[in-house]
Write a protein that binds this ligand. Structure first.
Ligand code: PHE
Length: 347
């Protein structure tokens, strides 16, 4: 074929290309080993010498025509393909997202964390004990031998058969015994133990399962003044600096002397209302100096070491703090109740 013919054919073909595939077919047709332009090129050997230059230039012209067309079209098609792909994969960021359901902490988790944070800031460590306890740890080593009348107030759930000596702990005071026995050097102790306890109780303000936090401090020269200072700080930090704190003599078999701690009513601020039974005060804590018998039973020298202990129901704090009227809702597993605490910022 002559150069002019090839050129004319190429120009026609160029008009008919509609896709990248066709463009590549065209490349084959003109530039493969047997392609029309390749053939023109190889025929240069048959051209007389004096025409070779012009012939070569003309072939080059055709080749350039093709190449230019090829490069522009190729870029065009590739861009179109890319755009198509991009538009197919596009994400519409203006669509509203699916609502992610955020969990919320149970009020008891919140209260427990607040108590722990406070005591850790005062140098205590958190010490946890099991809910299934031996009669010894729950009562005997706390100066409540079998048959002691003070056991009545802490009637609990008992295990049977070979576990007869075991029960569900009725107080976190079991942690006092465990912490003292764990301390092999019989040295100073400063712990808080939050956790579930069990009793045979059930009404609007008592549940068969509730939560206490126990504190125990043992060291040389610990006095009632330390106990008072610590508990006053504790009550004010948790319930507000305006809270007044009052100590009343009381009785616990494992502390001597023992006190009960009252705070000004959260609701009326001390004026008197149905919540505080018009007294202006609400009882929140039991506490006292660790009884020498208790120290001795767990291997401490009571002439060298003194200690104080306290225990309080965290549920009551949660009820007061969050205005929960019935303790049973705390343990009712009703998600609607727990959701009410979503995003409540009290930390
Ligand atoms: N364990 C006591 C109770 O449950 C509270 C208490 C703890 C009292 C520590 C004195 C010292 O009632």
């Amino acid at each position: 074929m002559k150069i002019e013919e090839v050129k004319k054919l190429l120009e026609e073909d160029m008009n008919n290309v509609t896709s990248l595939n066709e463009l590549n077919e065209l490349k084959n047709k003109y530039l493969s080993k047997t392609g029309l332009i390749t053939v023109l090129n190889s025929e240069i050997k048959n051209v007389p010498n004096e025409e070779k230059k012009e012939y070569g230039m003309k072939v080059n012209e055709v080749r350039n025509l093709f190449n230019e067309f090829y490069e522009t079209k190729k870029a065009e098609y590739e861009e179109a393909l890319l755009n198509e792909k991009l538009s197919k994969e596009a994400i519409d960021i203006t669509l509203p997202s699916k609502r992610v359901k955020r969990g919320s902490k149970h009020p008891m988790t919140r209260i427990t964390e607040q108590f722990e944070d406070l005591f850790v800031s005062m140098g205590y460590t958190v010490y946890e004990g099991p809910e299934i306890e031996s009669d010894e740890n729950c009562f005997q080593k706390l100066n409540l031998p079998k048959g002691h009348p003070a056991r009545d107030a802490q009637d609990t759930f008992y295990l049977k058969d070979e576990y007869e000596n075991f029960l569900l702990r009725s107080q976190t005071s079991t942690a006092q015994v465990r912490a003292m026995e764990d301390n092999k050097e019989k040295g100073p102790i400063r712990i808080v133990c939050p956790g579930k306890v069990y009793r045979r109780d059930e009404d609007a303000t008592h549940s068969h399962q509730f939560m206490q936090i126990e504190g125990l401090v043992i060291d040389e020269g610990v006095s009632m003044a330390d106990l008072k200072g610590t508990l006053e700080t504790f009550c004010k930090r948790i319930l507000g600096e305006k809270t007044n704190v009052r100590f009343r003599p009381s009785f616990f078999p494992f502390t001597e002397p023992s006190v009960e701690v009252d705070v000004t009513c959260f609701k009326c601020g001390g004026k008197g209302c149905p919540l505080c039974k018009q007294t202006g005060w609400i009882e929140v804590l039991g506490a006292g100096m660790v009884h020498p018998n208790v120290l001795e039973m767990s291997g401490y020298d009571s002439t060298k070491y003194q200690g104080f202990a306290f225990g309080t129901g965290m549920d009551r704090f949660a009820m007061f703090k969050y205005g929960i009227p019935d303790i049973r809702t705390i343990y009712g597993n009703d998600i609607r109740f727990i959701e009410e605490f979503d995003r409540k910022d009290d930390e």
